[in-house]
Design a protein around this ligand. Structure first.
Ligand code: HEM
Length: 397
């Protein structure tokens, strides 16, 4: 048996559920997830740091999936092998270092005006007092931001979406060897052609885009496929997650008008509010790893090859770190939530996601005095890995 990340109680009342679960220890086997759950804040943090014993490497599984398949599928696998999140050191650092410079706090704050323009533009397009906040706001803003900072035409974001969905089938496949390769191969070929051209353009005439920073990184050394891999990972990693954070935060605000009032009165405190949204309704509930070699963790014997889930959601409600974890405290300080991961693989786009969320939420609440649900607010959907609210209609004026 053991705890279940995806059960109803863990989704609806995480502080109570994981508070009880933690009484039985910080590391527990879960029959439901068929793996070890790392539950306490301290152990989740330690797990994120321990890439030697808890591996993120997926290239072995990808290589097995490519056996006996077409050459085109081999290229899809090659592309995913260039995603740093699927690699352990030393390959991880080779892939991350040239990209890191494009997302430093200074590089991201230089994107502020661009993001503000995109948010204003999304709001200007609202076509009535009742707005689908997902379709008109939470979805287009991150998609446009990511396309723009990469130096792509934001209008192409609809094409990216289709390709990303097709690649997602491979990324999220439990058994990558069994998926139909046609759509994946087409999507990869389109991505390679599209970004190949952009990379070439940046080589000839550098711009101030993130892609330019990666192509001209002083660390350099990335092959053509690794550069395309970085672009696709940034598109993939930076879009859906940020959309989900915005939707989750907006649903919470529609449910809790007193939080809206507080945010309107304290716009300067939106950064700490965003951290609290990440803690209580961040899109990532757990991150998977594989046991690289036998060892003991939290008093439990972990065996090579077993699955491990670093339970972000549980760590984020650990009462030894967060006083009254069930309360939403928009001024919580410090707030060492684990919603962007920790350590080696810490989210490269965290500063950008924070910037987008701050500007989007502040601008929306400043431009409309009335902000209320125009119908029932759908309950949360969650899996062991992710948490997301459904699209919601709001009445704005
Ligand atoms: C609210 C939005 C976001 C959330 C919740 C989120 C969450 C995460 C998490 C939990 C990880 C750690 C993965 C692991 O340890 O296995 C991660 C890694 C990563 N994220 Fe994000 N992310 C967000 C936004 C973004 C954005 C906007 C970008 C791109 C601009 C981005 C790019 C990446 C990349 C490249 C990695 C891999 C880092 C590595 O393996 O070294 N993310 N993200």
């Amino acid at each position: 048996m053991g705890p279940d990340l995806a059960c109803d109680a863990a989704i609806r009342e995480p502080a109570a559920y994981f508070g009880r679960a933690l009484q039985d220890g910080p590391v527990q086997w879960s029959d439901s997830q068929r793996g070890w759950l790392i539950l306490s804040h301290a152990e989740v943090e330690a797990g994120f740091r321990d890439s030697e014993r808890l591996s993120a490497e997926r290239t072995g599984a990808f290589a097995r999936a490519a056996e006996g398949r077409s050459e085109a599928f081999g290229r899809a696998i090659e592309l995913l092998s260039a995603w740093m999140n699927f690699r352990d050191p030393p390959a991880h650092s080779v892939l991350r270092e040239p990209v890191k410079g494009a997302f430093t706090p200074r590089a991201v704050s230089a994107m502020e005006d661009q993001v503000q323009g995109i948010v204003d533009d999304a709001i200007d397009r609202f076509d009535g007092p009742v707005v689908d906040l997902n379709a008109a706001f939470a979805h287009p803003i991150p998609a446009t931001v990511i396309a723009s900072i990469l130096g792509a035409d934001p209008e192409d974001r609809h094409r990216f979406q289709g390709w990303s969905d097709d690649i997602g089938r491979l990324v999220f496949a439990m058994e990558p060897g069994k998926i139909a390769e046609g759509p994946v191969n087409r999507a990869v070929a389109e991505f390679v052609a599209y970004f190949g051209q952009l990379i070439e353009r940046e080589r000839r005439a550098p711009t101030s885009s993130v892609l330019s920073a990666i192509v001209h990184s002083p660390i350099g050394g990335l092959s053509e496929m690794e550069l395309v891999g970085a672009c696709t990972l940034i598109l993939f990693g930076g879009h859906e997650t940020t959309t989900t954070l915005l939707t989750n935060a907006l649903c919470l605000l529609l449910e809790r008008p007193e939080l809206v009032e507080w945010m309107r009165a304290h716009p300067e405190a939106t950064p700490s509010a965003v951290e609290e949204f990440m803690r209580v309704c961040g899109p990532a509930r757990s991150m998977p790893r594989k046991v690289a070699r036998d060892h003991e963790r939290g008093g439990q014997p972990l065996r090579q090859g077993q699955n491990v889930f670093l339970a972000i959601v549980s760590g984020n409600h650990d009462r030894t770190v967060f006083a009254e974890p069930q309360q939403i405290d928009l001024t919580r300080e410090p707030n060492p939530h684990l919603g962007f991961g920790w350590g080696l693989h810490f989210c490269l786009g965290a500063n950008l996601a924070r910037l987008e969320a701050r500007i989007a939420l502040n601008t929306l609440l400043q431009r409309f005095d009335r902000f209320e649900a125009a119908g029932p607010i759908p309950p949360a959907r969650a899996s062991a890995m992710g948490f997301g609210r459904r699209p919601v209609l709001a009445r704005l004026r």
